[in-house]
Ligand binder design. Structure first.
Ligand code: AMP
Length: 492
């Protein structure tokens, strides 16, 4: 295995992941609450789970590969995590890089005490910074970008742990929502643009932090507010919460639009709005923009359901289930090869011939990425007797990759990046294919049309308008260009 700087800039260990984070302080049985909270956030990451607690004398941690319900709900495990303060993390990485040392929370002993950290989001300058720190003698223990927070906090001269953590942020670019456990506090941090979500709640008197409000519902906590972009909240065991704005509150907060479209659980609320209702609005808007003569509307379950409900209500067409989803199939999206992805789609969805034979069917999905799902499903529905199959997608074509934790593939794999809508329709084999417009998307969310000078969201997947510098990408390109030049020089 190579360990040179090339790895850090380019083809080396990838550091992408999707995640859910949680934290609580001032509540006995913190570990049980963290496990329940993480269970509610399981849709954000299914590959690995970790919990760290502080019992007033020492830290405890457990990290396991697998689901929270299978690996973190055993009484013995929870008993091995005593204390009234804890944080947790569910992880969904995209590469073969999931090994125990890469499971969060990460932990380090600094000169002011211990620090455990759980991170959701991706940093866009982590490889560059990491290479810089390695050159200076820092020793990294994982291949995760999240370790940068620990390394930079360790280098800080700040007098308190909170100061050290805040210092580390000055050198970091990209997306981050963090829950951090120290010997004194639970800390929550959201990046200056608020790209990834983080919400503050209360269980009795105990402050709680989570990626989404659905985690509060499961443990019976009350929602207090969303953590603001660029805000650090410092939660104490007595229930008090201090707030420090690490950057001047940005006039350009840009939360990720894809959280609302796909990623968040429908029963969550983001900035006070029901995700389910927002997605229904996308469906209604889509029905208005791209109507179709048909007999029924069906979602591609599960993520297409709210938009299909909205579409069917607006179009005044019956809502039916053209597909039945297996609850025993794993996720198909991030399988390593296209062949396995296709088998995955077949295992996940079955056509419901009784509902669709001889019918003109409109299938509504939240998004189209590689086209694997839609291609397979069109064939399935036709084989089961559907007369026509129309696709309606409740967001615009995804043309640009994500670098902030949503994990869409590179441009080569994005169907819309390389094909017109007509070509995509042909590839999918549908009778028609339409997408929601960008302005329609903003209008459905009550923020539109899109203000190009000050967009309300980061919508880079659709526009290529990335809200932070892409330092690692630039660096990788420069390194590749230098290598090319030296190869040319050698051969001449
Ligand atoms: P594809 O089959 O590649 O076109 O992917 C589209 C399907 O994947 C849709 O049904 C989405 O619900 C789902 N999807 C979209 N984005 C993501 C993501 N970042 N992670 C996992 N699934 C996704």
């Amino acid at each position: 295995m190579s360990s040179g700087l090339d790895d850090l800039y380019g083809g080396g260990p990838k550091m992408k992941e999707e995640c859910g984070i949680f934290g609580i302080i001032g509540h006995e049985d913190a570990s049980a609450k963290v496990a329940l909270g993480l269970h509610a956030l399981q849709h954000r990451g299914q590959e690995a789970v970790g919990i760290a607690t502080w019992d007033g004398h020492q830290f405890h941690a457990e990290r396991r590969m697998g689901l929270v319900s299978a690996k973190m709900s055993d009484e013995k495990i929870l008993d091995s995590l005593p204390g009234a303060a804890g944080i947790g993390h569910t992880r969904y990485s995209t590469t073969g890089d999931t090994v125990l040392r890469n499971i969060q929370p990460l932990y380090a002993d600094l000169d002011r005490g211990g620090l455990a950290i759980a991170h959701n989001g991706n940093l866009t300058n982590s490889r560059t910074k990491r290479a810089e720190l390695i050159r200076k003698g820092c020793i990294f223990q994982t291949t995760m970008d999240s370790e940068l927070f620990l390394q930079l906090a360790a280098l800080s001269r700040g007098m308190t742990m909170v100061d050290k953590v805040i210092d580390s942020l000055a050198e970091i670019e990209g997306a981050y929502a963090l829950t951090i456990l120290t010997q004194h506090n639970l800390i929550g941090i959201r990046d200056p643009l608020g790209i990834r979500p983080l919400v503050l709640g209360k269980l009795g008197n105990a402050p709680v932090l989570a990626s989404e409000t659905c985690a509060f519902d499961l443990i019976g906590a009350e929602y207090v507010r969303d953590v603001r972009p660029g805000e650090t909240v410092i939660c104490h065991a007595d229930g008090t919460v201090e707030s420090r704005q690490i950057t001047p509150e940005p006039t350009h907060a840009r939360p990720c639009i894809f959280e609302l479209i796909y990623f968040a659980k429908p029963n969550s609320f983001i900035d006070g709005d029901s995700v389910y209702e927002l997605r229904k609005r996308l469906g209604r808007r889509l029905a208005k923009e791209a109507p179709v003569e048909a007999d029924l509307i069906s979602p591609i379950p599960d993520s297409g359901v709210p938009a299909a409900v909205g579409f069917s209500q607006k179009a005044d067409l019956p809502f039916e289930m053209a597909l039945i989803r297996s609850h025993y199939a794993e996720r198909t999206f991030i399988q390593p090869s296209q062949k396995i992805r296709e088998i995955g789609v077949a295992r996940k969805h079955s056509a419901n011939a009784g509902a669709i034979a001889g019918k003109r069917v409109v299938l509504v999905d939240d998004s189209l990425v590689r086209g694997t799902t839609s291609r397979k499903i069109t064939r399935m529905l036709r084989d089961a007797g559907a007369k026509e199959v129309h696709f309606r997608i409740a967001c615009p074509p995804i043309k640009f990759p994500d670098f902030y934790g949503i994990n869409t593939p590179s441009r080569d794999e994005l169907l819309a990046s390389n094909h017109s809508i007509q070509e995509m329709r042909n590839i999918i084999g549908a009778d028609s294919l339409e997408f929601l417009s960008l302005d329609g998307l903003y209008k459905a969310f009550g923020k539109g049309p899109r203000d190009d000078d000050d967009p309300a969201f980061t919508d880079h997947c659709f526009t290529g308008d990335y809200p932070t510098p892409l330092t690692d990408q630039m660096q990788a390109k420069t390194t590749a260009a230098i290598e090319q030049l030296s190869l040319l020089a050698e051969s001449s």
